[in-house]
Design a binder for this molecule. Structure first.
Ligand SMILES: CC(C)(COP(=O)(O)OP(=O)(O)OC[C@H]1O[C@@H](n2cnc3c(N)ncnc32)[C@H](O)[C@@H]1OP(=O)(O)O)[C@@H](O)C(=O)NCCC(=O)NCCS
Length: 146
């Protein structure tokens, strides 16, 4: 689905059939999210509940975000990124708003995300609350032995 007029000068695509993964990798790299394996990222996109891709008027990929959900209870937002040259224009807010619309459509009970502390205000402006009594935990699966 292509949404043309949500933000003048930008084209928003929801679940496009094809995403240029080299361009997506460039976006991740320039915002400091590291690069990904193209094959793994293709699989990750295919398995995501919803992806949002934003292009500028020269067809350059300038924004991205995705939702992963079980379709009933929980949703998590991942890989929200806007090219530095196009930040503070409302693109990030629009990407998250689209993903939250999908969460509402699915009637999810809870949506969450992991982010650096300096993004706190951005997500608070979108209605998220930081839970001071919860800490993120991760496990490096390569190091884990049963
Ligand atoms: C975080 C990010 C996605 C925000 O995208 P963006 O397009 O610049 O955000 P918007 O223009 O939609 O900003 C929406 C609001 O948040 C504010 N905001 C944006 N980035 C902010 C930041 N880092 N800190 C504080 N406020 C911020 C804006 O001023 C704006 O406020 P307003 O609605 O009162 O005017 C973008 O800065 C980014 O890609 N950062 C690097 C990657 C990253 O950290 N992603 C998050 C991973 S969870």
């Amino acid at each position: 689905m292509i949404l043309a007029n949500s933000l003048p000068g930008f084209r928003i695509e929801i679940n496009p059939p094809k995403v240029d993964l080299a361009d997506l990798n460039s976006l991740f790299e320039i915002v400091g999210m590291g690069t990904r394996s193209v094959d793994a990222m293709r699989e990750a996109i295919k398995s995501s509940t919803e992806i949002v891709v934003v292009y500028n008027d020269r067809d350059i990929l300038v924004g991205f975000g995705r939702l992963i959900s079980d379709g009933a209870y929980y949703g998590t937002l991942w890989d929200i990124a806007v090219h530095p040259n196009f930040q503070k224009l409302g693109i990030g807010k629009m990407i998250v708003a689209r993903l939250l619309a999908k969460c509402r459509c699915l009637q999810l009970r809870m949506v969450g995300l992991f982010t650096a502390l300096h993004n706190r205000r951005f997500y608070e402006s979108l209605g998220f609350t930081m839970l001071d009594y919860i800490h993120a935990m991760t496990l490096d699966l390569d190091q884990f032995e049963h």
